[in-house]
Design a binder for this molecule. Structure first.
Ligand SMILES: Cc1ncc(COP(=O)(O)O)c(C=O)c1O
Ligand SMILES: N[C@@H](CCCC[NH3+])C(=O)O
Length: 417
């Protein structure tokens, strides 16, 4: 049984019927399973138990405090990309010494704060960033632990918007220039070189590009060693894909076994930054059919969730599974475009989905635990959805729905003329 399964004809989250969640908290609403998050994290951690390692959850994938807190309790590290994410990790009880700071536009203030709380490592993405970090660390009189994010120029074979490891992408330092930047880092008094890092993209369904990147990073590590620069850790980033429809990504255990074998005997700690593979399939977006609009050309089911709640279909043409919470007889099934009320043609969550629907029915958009709520917006002055965590037979509201007055609370009128 998975965390989201049908019992007596109704989709449940663990032991709780989704209709009960809709009644109690309203829709649209993100529903997460504690058990699914924990078991996905353990699949990573257990697979690495025989090698020194740190699994740093990519906070951007799902930054709800309750999710971060669950992972912190399991001993997770965190991969952050902003000062805001750092504050979330701290507020959720995360250990700063297990935090790696990625991202190509860190500000001096963000660097200052991260040094103050003592993070594990900065994943530096450019030579100018390295110089800025040197300056901030010198002002504080400390040494900044640094790993360079190397762009290995491998094709991750994923959607162009989420591919990051090609030389035309804005991320990282190209692998050919990396040794020179490492030499500069080793010379800077307030920088301490600790690692090598890469992240080649997201939603990879084949491990070959990871292995290719790893081979290039190991060659770089050997080259650095010959230059007298020794690194303690190797960070392979995140990017492992999940099944949305029929993709068959490698299981974390299979991928990690290959990686561990390739680094055996090298005295390196392995770091990873998985996001999607930990939370995507631990969440659904629960939504209600507001109106049915069959037309001569198309049948539209207008739901109460929209692209502002879940932008993946609009942004990447991503296919997300959509299931009726209480499926009706197939006899009445039609092909529906599942659309939101937002004034954009791109506002759809699914197209041509064969479903038997009536007004008021509940639908669950699957695999919505990653890059779901975190990418939501207030477009069309729509409050962001509630978030609920299910734990066995219990539910916890882990973020209440935004109210309309909250949406313009920070705005003001011009003074009277
Ligand atoms: C630097 C970095 N690390 C980790 C991740 C997490 O990736 P994923 O959610 O695909 O595991 C991302 C997002 O792609 C990223 O940019
Ligand atoms: N937001 C993307 C993933 C981006 C990964 C961030 N580096 C998605 O939903 O698929």
């Amino acid at each position: 049984m998975t965390a989201f399964d049908y019992r007596q004809g109704e989709l449940h989250a663990e032991e709780v019927a989704l209709s009960a969640i809709a009644r109690q908290y309203g829709t649209p609403c993100y529903v997460y399973s504690r058990q699914a998050i924990e078991s996905a994290w353990k699949a990573w951690d257990n697979a690495l138990r025989d090698v020194p390692h740190m699994v740093c959850f990519a906070v951007k994938a799902n930054s709800n405090l309750a999710v971060l807190n669950l992972l912190a309790r399991l001993g997770a590290g965190f991969d952050i990309v902003s000062g805001g994410e750092l504050e979330r990790v701290l507020a959720a009880g995360g250990d700063p010494s297990r935090v790696v700071f990625s991202g190509l536009g860190k500000t001096a203030d963000e660097m200052h704060r991260a040094l103050e709380v003592g993070i594990h490592c900065f994943n530096v993405e450019s030579a100018p960033e390295l110089e800025r970090l040197q300056q901030v660390a010198a002002e504080l009189g400390v040494q900044a632990p640094v790993s360079l994010r190397v762009n290995p120029d491998v094709d991750a074979g994923t959607h162009p918007y989420i591919s990051t490891g090609l030389k035309e992408n804005k991320f990282g330092i190209d692998i050919v220039s990396a040794p020179a930047v490492y030499r500069r880092a080793a010379d800077l008094p307030n920088i301490r070189v600790v690692g090598v890092d890469c992240h080649i993209g997201s939603q990879l369904t084949d491990d070959a590009p990871f292995i290719d990147a790893l081979q290039r990073l190991l060659a770089l590590i050997d080259q650095l060693a010959a230059d007298g620069i020794r690194v303690e850790h190797l960070d392979l980033g995140g990017g492992l894909g999940v099944t949305y429809r029929d993709e068959q990504p490698p299981a974390p255990g299979d991928y990690l076994r290959k990686v561990s074998d390739m680094v055996a005997g090298r005295n390196l700690t392995l770091l990873f930054e998985p996001g999607r593979s930990i939370v995507a399939n631990a969440g659904v977006l629960l939504t209600r059919v507001n109106l049915l609009k069959p037309t001569e050309h198309k049948n539209f089911a207008i739901i109460d969730a929209a692209m502002n709640d879940l932008i993946r279909p609009a942004l990447y043409s991503a296919w997300m599974g959509i299931d009726a919470v209480r499926p009706r007889s197939d006899d009445a099934a039609l092909d529906w475009d599942i659309v939101g009320p937002v004034c954009e043609t791109g506002d759809f969550l699914g197209k041509d989905r064969r479903l038997a629907l009536a007004e008021g029915d509940l639908l669950a958009v699957r695999s919505a635990g990653a890059y779901g709520f975190v990418m939501s917006s207030n477009y069309n002055t729509r409050g962001r959805a509630a978030e609920v965590m299910v734990d066995g037979g219990t539910t916890h509201l882990v973020r209440r729905r935004e109210t309309v007055s909250e949406l313009f609370a920070g705005e003001s009128l011009l003074p009277e003329a």
